[in-house]
Design a protein around this ligand. Structure first.
Ligand code: 3PG
Length: 217
């Protein structure tokens, strides 16, 4: 029988395997949340990480969770135990952090919400591994060492799968996806601020469709 953390990790695995890309979104206007999520889902991108960087982020999560069938909405930029609690209350189905801290490890253990912690060094990945985590966000992927670092980790850290995020583009994504320790990539290129401002949902859907079709190369 899997323990509580193993169950949450299985849930994270399922979410990360929905498509090759997790959409990382920054929502300034809550009115954009539902049409944005509909467009992403229509294009084939169901895992949506709403970053807690704007005043309306939690309302956006609430709206997507309530109204967008097929979306698996999570919170991003989770920095504190309070962020984790607020995400869960808003209806997030997963939470993502840019790093990992002992306080967040403790809070995540007490929470039902599946958590994807961030790691940018072997020591951070090992710290989370010691706590039973097998899925991590590799952030900031490109500045921290990119595909070369990921490939170098594959042999000494065989039990860990990463979702690299930070600086990844549709052009570089296939290379990342081809690394054996990559489960999917994260990126904000599907929801550029100008398209959100203009309400260009058909264009977001096109970007999502192209992202959903990305293959390892
Ligand atoms: C994040 O919060 O994960 C990053 O800001 C996303 O990185 P990107 O904007 O380079 O895709």
């Amino acid at each position: 029988m899997p323990n509580a953390l193993e169950k949450k990790q299985l849930d994270i695995e399922t979410t990360l395997k929905l498509a090759p890309v997790v959409a990382v979104v920054v929502i300034d206007d809550v009115a954009a949340a539902v049409p944005l999520a509909h467009a992403l889902v229509a294009g084939g991108i169901r895992a949506i990480e709403v970053t807690l960087r704007t005043k309306v982020a939690l309302d956006a999560i609430r709206a997507i969770a309530a109204e967008v069938e097929g979306a698996v909405v999570g919170s991003g930029t989770v920095l504190t135990p309070d962020d984790l609690k607020a995400s869960e209350r808003a209806g997030a189905r997963f939470a993502v952090s840019p790093g990992c801290t002992p306080r967040l490890v403790e809070a995540a253990a007490a929470s039902a919400l599946p958590w994807l912690p961030g790691a940018a060094t072997a020591s951070e990945a090992m710290f989370m591994y010691e706590h039973g985590y097998r899925y991590m966000k590799f952030f900031p992927a490109v500045p921290a060492g990119g595909i070369a670092l990921l490939r170098a980790w594959a042999a000494p850290l065989p039990g860990i799968k990463f979702c690299p995020t930070g600086g990844i583009t549709p052009l570089s994504a296939p290379d990342f996806l081809a690394s054996p320790n990559v489960v999917c990539v994260g990126g904000s290129w599907l929801s550029p601020a100008n398209l959100l401002r203009e309400g260009s949902w058909a264009k977001v859907e096109d970007l999502a469709r192209a992202a959903a079709a990305l293959k390892p190369e």
